[in-house]
Design a protein around this ligand. Structure first.
Ligand code: SF4
Length: 432
């Protein structure tokens, strides 16, 4: 099974390839594969990552053809909303967002402060309908490999902080990382992978570059790096080696909160923001966002997080709840409820209607049975599946209770696909 559907290039406009997916056209950067009109290709994150022979593409496309139309119908049905004359200020704001108008700060705040169940229902439904209107039923599914749980930093909520002496540490060797990545692409069908670790500088720039090159030599995949605050030079070399995405959250836009809860040699808010700006200029696809639920964090802070994410030109919004690890100073912090996070996803959709919004595994942890589904129905359209080899996965405990900790990768994939199909979502590229 594959998490991307191939498409056919119908036009080239300079570096942009126009790809046809059953009559729907999406643009992608013609990088890496030197594709021509008529070629069948896979795209991820708006970048061509692989070519596929016509003989191999045709059976995949015929498998998808009717299913794709069927999924669209399901999605259209689920995301349809009836419009009626607004009866109060809340409904006026919702209608404004639904019509594609930009919300004022105060209006977005009103939405974030809402707690009435009926209003929340309307908020999520409207965000989902806006997602469908702007991006249809495409949903990107990344695999994530957590290759080391060593970290030089000491953030006060994180289970892999350097002061947590009770944690059993691991680091995958470069060969193990390459092997896991190639397996995820060739055997499990992923076309987009995130390589994540704590800030473990025992992997030098040279090591990371070699890992990226080896993976890219063996398979076509969009590689995103989530390795923390490395030097600009390190990120430049990783880009030149073929990495195209970065997952680096700024954690909170409130500098006071940042300072209070993030400790360590590289825990510096402004440097983090400057790095994100540099990476965007370099051409990386940026995934960023924040943690929701810090003590004393306000709705204004959260709104500023969403606005900062947008101003950083993020391609993907990543917001997850604070789930403090029991072996950290924040262990007694009260957990956010899931609606707090769903509201952030929905308001993000209103603020940036064309964005990719991730259902984080931390969100799934808050509601193991239906967190993924609730996120996808509140405006989100991106998922990650943990493909770290199981012998390491249990030790990557940023927070407790992760639902993917003990789950077989194939079972997780199977359940995720089942969910996507039940919601009418298809793994086509979201394009640029
Ligand atoms: S939050 Fe990130 S930087 Fe901070 S200790 Fe955890 S892994 Fe390290």
């Amino acid at each position: 099974m594959c998490y991307a559907i191939p498409g056919k290039i119908v036009e080239l406009k300079g570096k942009i390839a126009v790809i046809d997916y059953f009559g729907e056209h999406k643009n992608a950067l013609n990088e890496f594969v030197n594709a021509q009109v008529g070629d069948y290709v896979y795209a991820q994150g708006g970048i061509l990552v692989d070519k596929i022979d016509e003989d191999d593409a045709i059976p995949i496309l015929s498998f998808w053809k009717d299913r794709f139309a069927e999924l669209k119908k399901i999605d259209n049905k689920i995301s349809k909303i009836e419009t009626s004359k607004p009866k109060n200020e809340f409904e006026e704001i919702i209608q404004k967002a639904q019509q594609g108008n930009l919300l004022q700060k105060q209006e977005a705040l009103t939405l974030l402060k809402t707690n009435e169940p009926e209003k929340l229902k309307l908020l999520y439904k409207t965000a989902n309908s806006l997602r469908q209107k702007n991006l249809e039923n495409a949903c990107c599914v990344h695999g994530i490999i957590e290759f080391s749980n060593y970290c030089r930093n000491n953030c006060t909520y994180c289970g892999i902080r350097s002061d947590n002496k009770e944690l059993k540490r691991y680091k995958m060797s470069p060969d193990e990382i390459v092997e896991a990545a190639v397996h995820a692409v060739k055997e499990l069908g992923f076309k987009a992978l995130v390589l994540q670790s704590g800030e473990d500088t025992s992997y030098t720039t040279k090591d990371l570059v070699a890992i990226i090159k080896k993976i890219k030599q063996q398979c076509g995949v969009l590689l995103s790096m989530s390795v923390g605050q490395r030097s600009q030079n390190c990120y430049k070399e990783m880009y030149d080696a073929g990495a195209r995405g970065v997952l680096l959250r700024f954690e909170t836009s409130n500098q006071e909160l940042y300072k209070k809860f993030h400790k360590g040699p590289k825990a510096n808010f402004q440097e983090r923001i400057d790095l994100l700006k540099y990476l965007n200029k370099l051409g990386y696809i940026i995934a960023t966002g924040s943690i929701i639920g810090f003590p004393n964090q306000t709705e204004e802070d959260i709104l500023n997080d969403i606005l900062l994410t947008k101003s950083l030109n993020a391609e993907m919004y990543s917001f997850g709840p604070l789930i403090p690890h029991p072996q950290t100073p924040l262990k007694n912090t009260e957990l956010s409820d899931i609606d707090t996070i769903l509201k952030v996803l929905a308001v993000s959709r209103f603020i940036d209607p064309n964005s990719k919004i991730l259902v984080t595994t931390a969100l799934e942890t808050l509601d193991k049975d239906s967190g993924k589904q609730r996120g996808l129905l509140a405006g989100a359209n991106s998922l990650m599946i943990n493909v770290t080899p199981s012998r390491f996965r249990k030790q990557y405990t940023l927070y407790p209770g992760r639902p993917d900790r003990d789950k077989e990768i194939t079972k997780n994939i199977e359940e995720t696909l089942k969910l996507l199909y039940s919601l009418g979502r298809a793994p086509t590229d979201l394009g640029i």
